[in-house]
Design a protein around this ligand. Sequence first.
Ligand code: WT7
Length: 635
Amino acid sequence: MDKSHGRTEVLLNEKKLYKPSAKVLKNVRVRQYKAMTAKAVKNPKKYWEQAAEELEWYKKWHTVLDDSHKPFYKWFTGAECNIVHNALDRHMGTPIEKKTAIIWENDAGQRRKLTYRELNKEVCKMANGLKNLKVRKGDRVAIYMQNTPEIAIAMLACAKIGAVHSVVYAGYSSHALRERIDDQAAKVLITSDVGFRSGKVIDMKSLCDEAVQGSPSIQHVIVHRRSDTPCKMKMNRDTYWDALVDSQPAKCETVPVDAEHPLFILYTSGTTAKPKGIVHVHGGYMVGINRTLQWVFDIRENDVYWCTADPGWITGHSYIVYAPLINGMTTLMFEGVPIYPKPDKIWQVVQKYKVNILYTAPTLIRTLIKFGDKWPNKHNLSSLRLLGSVGEPINPEAWRWYHRVIGKKKCPVMDTWWQTETGMFMITPLPSMPLKAGSATLPFPGIQATVLDEKGKEVPPGKGGYLVIKNPWPSMLRTVFRNEKRYLHTYWEKFPGYYETGDLARIDKDGYFWIQGRSDDVLSIAGHRIGNAEIESALVSHKAVSEAGVIGKPHPIKGQTAKAFVILKQGYKPSDKLINELKIHLRKTVGPVAVTDEIEFVDKLPKTRSGKIMRRVLKAQELGEDAGDTSALAD
Ligand code: WT7
C-alpha cells in the first residue's frame, strides 16, 4: 500500500472487480502489462507496427520510425492512408454501416441519430461542397461550431480531401478566433448562425463576421442554419451549409495522403500570450488513438460511449470523433450542459441512452458531488461499465465518489493523463489493473515516462520533479504550425533528448505516477488550459490597465482559478465598476475561460531587474507561502 499525502490509497483487485473482455485480457492483464511493456521498450518499432497493422492503409510504410531529424520524428514513412478511410469508408458494406454512429441531443431535448451510412453520406456531400469552393489538399479550414453532428461532419469532410481542419472552441471570443485564423491563414471558416447554451442563444455568425472582417486569407464562410431567422450574409463570401451541400453528389473519393500529411491544427495555450498551433498528422495519430481507446476503455461491440468534452478540444478530436468512429462505436454528442436545467441532467442522459462508458472531467465530478448523492441516486446507472477522467489531477475524494456513487464500485476509473500535444492517452490505467484513487497509474505500453530534477537527473521514488517522456510515439505533435523554433524551445530544450510535458509529477514505490499540476506558467481552470500571459496581455489591452500579473490559486471545484494583480494607468481609480468592466473585457478578448475570479488593484508588482513580473513571488504572497529564491527580485 502506498501512503500518499498521509492517505491510504485504495488498491482495487483486478479479478474481483472487473471482468475485462478477451481482447483486454489477452493484451493487458497486469502480468501481461509488464511483459507487453517490456516488449514495447525492447522493440518499439515492432510494437507500433503491429498497432498500425490493425488499421487499413492504401500503401504500406517502408520505415516505421524515421528519427534522422529528431525531434522532428516521422512515423510510417512511405505509407499512404487517410484517417477517414478508417473512420467511415471501411465500414460501408459491413454491418457497421447500419449502426448508429452519432447520437446527438441538446438541452432543449432535441435529438438526432445518424447511422454510419448517413454520416458517410453527409461527409461526402460536404467534402464535395468544399471542393466546389476550391478547397485543396493542405488548405486550412477553420471550424467554429458547437457540439453538433455538423462539427464532426465538417472535420471529417476536410480530412477526406486532405484539407487541414482547425477547430476553435465555440467558447472563444471573436478576437481569439481571429488570432487563430490569421496564424494559420485559413481559407474557409465553417460556423453556424446561432448556438445554444443553458437556454441562451449565442449569435455565432456575428462573432465570425467580426473575426474575419478584413481577413487576408478567408475566402468563404459556410453557415450551418440552426434558426429560422436569416442572418446577415456577405455576397460572394458567405454561403449557407444547405445551399452548398444539398445539390452535391452523395459520393466522394477519399484522397490518399502521405502518412505524415497534416490532419489538423489545434491551438493550445503556452507560456507566452500567443497560442501554439499544434500539428497532428493522419498516419501516426490514428494508430495512437485507436490502440489507446481500445485498450484503456476496453470497448465492446454495442457500447454506447459518452465523452462529455467538446469537439473543440483535443479530447473531442481524439475520443469523441476519430477513435470512436474508427472503432465503429456509437458516440454520444451532448450539446447541453450536464447540470442544466437540473443537476441530474447528466444521469438522465446516461439512463436514457444506456451509456456504457462515461468519460468526463474532475471539475464536473466535484460540481456533482456538491449537489449531493440524491441526484445520481434517482436514476438507473446500471448500464455503466467503465468510467474515465481527464483534464487535471483528480483528487482522491472525487475519485472515490465517482467510483462509489456513480460506478457502484463495479466500474474501474480510468484517470487518463495526456495533452493536446500527445494526441493520445499517455499515462493511464488499463481496466484490468490495480488502481489507486488519484493516480493516473502507469505509462501506456509503448510509452516511457519519468521524472527529472532541475538538472535533468531522474529523481528517486516519492520525490517530485518534471514529468518527461523518454521516447517518441506515433500520435505525437509534429511541430508548432510555422514555428519550428517554438516547437524545439517549448518541448525539447530544457532536457535534451526528452519531451518536456510542462507538468510536475512524482512516482511512488510501485511505479505509479501522481500528476501534480503544471510546472510552467500555464493555468488549468476547470480543465481548460490557459496561459497566465494570455490573461495578462488581454488585461493590458484595456485602456485603464498599465500592467498586470496573473497567478493561479487552488479552487475546490475548478481545480484552479486565476487572480489578477493590476496596476492602473494614471487618471483611473480602482472601483467595483472597473473590476466588472475588466471581466467583461477578458470575456470579449479571450473568452469565458479567461474570466478571472479575483482582480486586485495594486501600486507595484514584484519584478526582476530585467523587468519581468515574478508571478512566483506574487503567488507566494497571496497564499502565504515561502517565495523561495528571491535574489532576482529588483527591490
Ligand atoms: C494538461 C493538458 C488531454 C485532454 C485535456 C487537456 C492536464 C490532463 C490530466 C490527468 C492530471 C491532467 C495536464 C496536462 N491533465 N489530463 N488525467 N491528470 N493532469 O488537454 O488542454 O492539452 O492540457 O492537462 O496538466 O499537461 P490540454
